[in-house]
Design a binder for this molecule. Sequence first.
Ligand SMILES: NC(=O)c1ccc[n+]([C@@H]2O[C@H](COP(=O)([O-])OP(=O)(O)OC[C@H]3O[C@@H](n4cnc5c(N)ncnc54)[C@H](O)[C@@H]3O)[C@@H](O)[C@H]2O)c1
Length: 252
Amino acid sequence: MRKLENKVAVVTGGSSGIGRAIAMAFAREGAIVVVLDLHHASVSAVVEEIVSEGNNAWGQVCDVGHAQEVREVMTRIFAEVGEIDIMVNNAGIMDDFMPAADVDMQQWHHVLNVDLHGTFYCCHETLPGMLEREKGVILNISSVGGLQGARAGAAYTAAKHAVVGLTKNIAFMYANKGIRCNAIAPGGVKTNIGDHMHPNALGYERAVSGSATMPPLANPEEIAQAALFLVSDDASFVNGEVLVADGGWTAY
Ligand SMILES: NC(=O)c1ccc[n+]([C@@H]2O[C@H](COP(=O)([O-])OP(=O)(O)OC[C@H]3O[C@@H](n4cnc5c(N)ncnc54)[C@H](O)[C@@H]3O)[C@@H](O)[C@H]2O)c1
């Protein structure tokens, strides 16, 4: 028996990097994976890849930073795929390492909107169904930047810290209702997240001053294996936890 047989698992930002690796790994363990991301072509590509391996997937364009869009997409998922067993809030963007004084207000709101509000909107829309069935797992992708002060700029650091708080709050509030909520705090992972970055000089200099202790970057599949553990019944008593997957970086 595969670990996630017939579970409906939604993965936001599921068409690239860590999200794509999670989608592929969950599908291989029997989940019906719902891939949500910004662009139709990349969503379809991951869905096709999963299906080509003989597994199940469904895709939908969704900007998690829009509450109404998230609500509509979740309603479509309930109707066309089924009740959601596993919600992985992975969609995220970086912030050009902007220290607080230099943060552009538009960027502040954009980063908070995707990294924090998007995570909250998806939790908000999936929890009622989970509460009704007294069953469900939420996994939020935070970052070592959600635990330490200078792995990114002010907006990303604030958003990812808030994701940790949201994770623990949901975990405790619904601990008697059959729902678990955990987070992963990855260190450096080989993905596209930095592709369009224009790093702020001061912010970057301050942030990389600690990078001499950084281990080699992980492959996204290594984070996906941690995700698989946390959403599976193997982690049935793990709730409100932040699993640091950083190759030992923060152990220094
Ligand atoms: N790569 C790293 O080193 C690293 C480290 C720690 C945490 N993380 C976190 O891991 C998560 C995944 O990042 P990644 O490294 O795989 O990056 P990535 O850029 O490869 O993938 C992120 C995905 O999220 C999607 N996305 C962005 N905004 C969205 C929105 N508004 N709605 C829906 N989808 C949206 C992107 O289109 C993309 O497909 C992020 O939350 C990121 O903060 C990454």
